[in-house]
Design a protein around this ligand. Structure first.
Ligand SMILES: [Cu+2]
Length: 66
């Protein structure tokens, strides 16, 4: 099981966290996504994760991983 944590400072409300979470959950190999609005942290877990693809998904949602 791999785990990646990203800081996404651009998330400011529930819509933001939902958008980022949805985009990441749509990726193959992603098992769970935790998004914390207060800390701006996104934790992605799954058996097979690719850092570049996860970052691209956050980008596709309209946000940037710091
Ligand atoms: Cu928002």
């Amino acid at each position: 099981m791999a785990e990646f944590t990203y800081r996404v400072p651009g998330m400011t409300c529930g819509h933001c966290t939902q958008a980022v979470g949805d985009e990441l959950r749509a990726l193959a190999g992603v098992e769970s996504v935790e998004v914390d609005l207060e800390t701006k942290l996104v934790v992605v877990r799954g058996p097979e994760l690719d850092d570049a693809r996860l970052r691209a998904a956050i980008d596709d949602a309209g946000y940037e991983a710091a």
